[in-house]
Design a protein around this ligand. Sequence first.
Ligand code: TEU
Length: 530
Amino acid sequence: QGGENWWRDGIFYQIYPRSFQDGDGDGVGDLAGILRRLPYVKSLGVDAIWLSPIFPSPMADFGYDISDYTGIDPLFGTMADFDALLAAAHDNGLKLILDLVPNHTSDQHPWFMESRSSRDNPKRDWYIWRDPAPDGSVPNNWLSEFGGSAWQIDAATGQYYYHAFLAQQPDLNWRNPEVRAAIYDVMRFWLEKGVDGFRVDVIWHLIKDSEFRDNPPNPHYVEGRPPNESILTQYSTDQPEVFDVIAEMRRVIDAYPARVLIGEVYLPLHRLMAYYGNDLTGAQMPFNFALLSTFWSARSIEKIIDDYEKALPTGAWPNWVLGNHDRPRVASRVGPEQARVAAMLLLTLRGTPTLYYGDEIGMHQLAIAPADVRDPFEKNVPGIGVGRDGCRTPMQWDSSGFGGFSDVKPWLPLPEDHIRENAVNLDADTRSILSLYKRLIALRKACPPLVSGDYHPIAAQGDLLIYRRGAEGRAVIVVLNLGPEPIAVTTSAIRFGSEILLSTFLDREGEQLEGVLDLRGNEGVVVAAN
Ligand code: TEU
């Protein structure tokens, strides 16, 4: 199916398993639920599913704290459920990739329980243990991403252990070859089952400075931002030795045909590129999160694309992301009208798109009442808007009580608007955002320049963003209006008589252009270039 490079041509769809479909009536999504909704995923036209973690976990960070890497958490089902889902996905021509969380385990993982049991336990060095400073305080100034020091004292043995995230998520020591071997075995366990690859959690965190030097202060820290941003992560992340680890991971997956390694990397562009590895021996796709944090304007986005295209190493394949389970929903970041333009952008850029479940039905960031907050980040650092619950709300399937997600009260609330804004209603509406997503995906599939054509920016001003995909002879022009005002577009790039292939309003396909292209506010179009 698709050959070695399927991940270049394909479209990924991220499922947050807790929130997709409850199959057993406990208010939490699970594998049986995902299996039931596979026809929906298939109907979108996507090629691959990435599942956020489904492994046994105390759920301090909702599965990103793993206590058994080769099992399935009972909340999500059984290994038989997983095998059934994998088989059904493959039968439907869908790839399935898993979330690999190698930077840290749960503090309930047997490895950590052994490690903390005594200073001379054989697994002591599997984690990062340091003596207190002479005055008894923390070994250095490194901060947890989720607030407070990244060091936790362990009274029994009198040393601190390092946790880049929650204290319940101790970091593994990736300088220890035994740790590496153990995680590579985990990877092989799933690869043998036939999973098509991994999205590797916080891959840029794996190796820390061997001398544990203090991180420098962040001169650009903005008051009111999360406290961990007050110091840089110069010594605690993105160390040169991490690329040896990633190359090793790559060799593990390359022993199997047609697998993919995707790296989660939040770093500036020039550092991000290093994660492709020397001679592309690293991750095939280090996630490109530039669209998650940009100011939404034509010029900023144009610059992001240009910078990214220019920075890509020779032969490296690009990718684009509009949303994930950690960041506010795109519909809320850019507004519901622009969300359609954002969809056209994502699905017409050069590089593999990853969709986040629910964005295709325009789900927005839900404001969560304090009593309903579940995210540990929000609980630790309340009131400044870091909460991730609002982008993890149950998928809105239909207008029934709990949106068709569950028969009982879900683990997170649904917005009132699910009565109207749900997959059933939007599917019936031929001009809905869901219909737009399907049409865009179908267009991308049917139009080789959109998948493999080059990217060529076309000069534009104001709210206009214009680019050509493909070469002369076989190309399309994408024209996006990033603002609310209508624009009369005159560019020599669009030839007299060209045909509109798709508008974000879904009402002008086949229209022949005669000199000028009149765009409505918040409209994007794909035009045949020849
Ligand atoms: O997130 C890594 C990450 O960079 C976080 O700091 C993220 O930005 C944070 O959630 C604030 O928005 C990954 C996972 O995607 C996240 O869900 C986990 O909580 C985290 O790693 C720890 O495993």
